[in-house]
Write a protein that binds this ligand. Structure first.
Ligand SMILES: NC(=O)C1=CN([C@@H]2O[C@H](COP(=O)(O)OP(=O)(O)OC[C@H]3O[C@@H](n4cnc5c(N)ncnc54)[C@H](OP(=O)(O)O)[C@@H]3O)[C@@H](O)[C@H]2O)[C@@H](O)CC1
Ligand SMILES: Nc1ncnc2c1ncn2[C@@H]1O[C@H](COP(=O)(O)OP(=O)(O)O)[C@@H](O)[C@H]1O
Length: 278
């Protein structure tokens, strides 16, 4: 098994925008997230997606979270949705989907996931989308290419292993997930790994323990989605997002405990602009 270390020699770049570029050419990300009590997860993902350059971002969240989300981020189109029937009319506009942050694991959440999975676009599956997939793998068949972004606990559920077993063999776990679910996989945590079903494996040796807090994964999901929206391949989007996220965490490390996930947005944007100017 050859593991490629992500560095500035092999890191993909986002193409510069043409002068006459318009938002319709930069993708429409539809984010299905934010079940009752977890509106922040969807909003963090939506903000990250917008701030890393997606053309349009729609957030489909529990109706309880609509007003607060709009007050915090009016550039995001926010819809209160709790059922698959409510979701269906909003899916055709998506050029990429992010499914799962804070979605919950209710029957309605499962119905919405099943409906969204039928969309023939790239789909980023995170958090409760992964937990639901682990419970009923035969039910949730994605009609488009899929990127799974588990932390070790979610990876353990998907594999039927313990989190300790995942951590003891992270590379094998990432490759097994990619093969088993025929998806690009980002196995998060210290030394995040990117695997694809063909057996390609990359590792990011950046990041910092100040990132051990709520919402850091939600932000990563939003960034991967933003890069897919802007035309990158799944593996390239995952690599660039993981690298920027980890390097931004390192930049914030001097601030010590209490760095929060939304703090990543400013340093990630600065790093992206240095790496891939607009
Ligand atoms: N503001 C909001 O709305 C927020 C909402 N959120 C939403 O909450 C929902 C539940 O998601 P969650 O990740 O909190 O719970 P869950 O999947 O049970 O995982 C915990 C278990 O996994 C493991 N584990 C995790 N990381 C590991 C690591 N690096 N290394 C090793 N193990 C690791 C660890 O297992 P242990 O070590 O205990 O064996 C731990 O017990 C989800 O929808 C999410 O989007 C959050 O995004 C927060 C902000
Ligand atoms: N100690 C650490 N070192 C490097 N990266 C970390 C560390 N702790 C957390 N992270 C990163 O922060 C993110 C946490 O994601 P996740 O556990 O899904 O959080 P949440 O569900 O709260 O959004 C992952 O990208 C992970 O790689």
């Amino acid at each position: 098994m050859t593991t490629i270390e992500l560095n500035e020699e092999n890191l993909p770049r986002l193409a510069p925008r043409p002068c006459d570029c318009h938002k319709g050419q930069l993708g429409h990300a539809v984010i299905v997230a934010g079940g009752a009590g977890m509106g922040g997860a969807g909003l963090l993902a939506a903000q990250a997606c917008l701030r890393l350059g997606a053309g349009l971002v729609s957030l489909l969240t529990h109706p309880d979270h609509v007003a607060a989300s709009l007050a915090r981020q009016p550039e995001v189109m926010v819809h209160g949705v709790t059922t698959a029937a409510g979701l269906q009319p909003l899916l055709p506009q998506a050029t990429v989907l992010l499914l799962g942050p804070g979605l919950g694991q209710t029957g309605q959440a499962a119905d919405m996931l099943e409906a969204a999975a039928g969309s023939p676009v790239v789909q980023v599956w995170d958090a409760d989308a992964l937990n639901l997939l682990a419970l009923q793998p035969e039910r949730f068949i994605a009609a488009g290419p899929r990127i799974l972004t588990p932390h070790p606990g979610e990876a353990a559920r998907l594999l039927g292993w313990s989190a300790g077993e995942v951590q003891a063999q992270r590379e094998q776990a990432a490759l097994q997930l990619a093969r088993q679910y025929q998806s690009v996989v980002v196995l998060k945590g210290h030394g995040s790994l990117i695997a694809d079903p063909g057996g390609q494996l990359l590792v990011c040796r950046h990041g910092h323990p100040v990132m051990a807090g709520p919402g850091f994964g939600d932000v990563l999901g939003g960034v991967i989605t933003a890069f897919v929206a802007q035309g990158m391949s799944s593996v390239d989007a995952a690599c660039l997002a993981v690298w920027l996220h980890a390097r931004a965490g390192e930049r914030l490390a001097a601030q010590g405990r209490g760095v929060i996930a939304s703090d990543l947005l400013t340093p990630m944007r600065a790093l992206l602009e240095a790496w891939s100017p607009v």
